[in-house]
Each structure stands twice: as structure tokens, then as C-alpha cells.
Ligand binder design. Structure first.
Ligand SMILES: [Zn+2]
Length: 86
């Protein structure tokens, strides 16, 4: 399960702006910048990923998201799953 509570490197909880594939979780603005595997994500994507990871499976798709958050999530999921399968 990815670490979605705080930055995987420095424990920052407020300025989460990246998802790191290498470290399997969120990264803050500063740590994400220097991680080549980190994908930049918006605040709504951060919230949505938290929701998806925590929510029971059948409720996962019962919320509305802005268009940009949907494409960010699908990017993160694709890269993430790829990484885990290979
Ligand atoms: Zn950090």
C-alpha cells in the first residue's frame, strides 16, 4: 500500500505535490522536485488518491473529480501498476 499520509522522505504533511513511484507514496514540493520518478499532482488528486486508497472498493468511483485530476490519477495508476507488476 502506498504511503499517502505524508511525504515519504521528510514527513511533511501540508505541501504534498508529487507521487513518487520509487518511494511508493506522496512527496512534498521540495522532495518531489529532486525525485525523477515523482509525478506532479494537484491538490484534488492528492485528496482523490487518499480517498481511493482508504475507501472500500465499491465506493471508489462514487465521487466527482475535475478533469485534470482524472488524467493525473490515471497517469499515476498506470505508472504505479506497471512498476508493481514488473
Ligand atoms: Zn518532503
Amino acid at each position: 500500500m502506498p504511503n499517502i499520509k505524508k511525504c515519504t522522505r521528510c514527513d511533511e504533511t501540508e505541501e504534498i505535490e508529487y507521487f513518487s513511484i520509487a518511494d511508493n507514496g506522496f512527496k512534498c514540493k521540495n522532495c518531489g522536485k529532486v525525485d525523477k520518478s515523482a509525478i506532479q499532482i494537484s491538490k484534488s488528486t492528492v485528496d482523490a488518491i487518499r480517498y481511493i486508497v482508504i475507501a472500500p472498493a465499491k465506493k471508489v468511483f462514487s465521487f466527482d473529480l475535475p478533469e485534470d485530476a482524472i488524467s493525473e490519477i490515471s497517469l499515476v495508476s498506470k505508472v504505479y501498476l506497471n512498476e508493481k507488476i514488473n
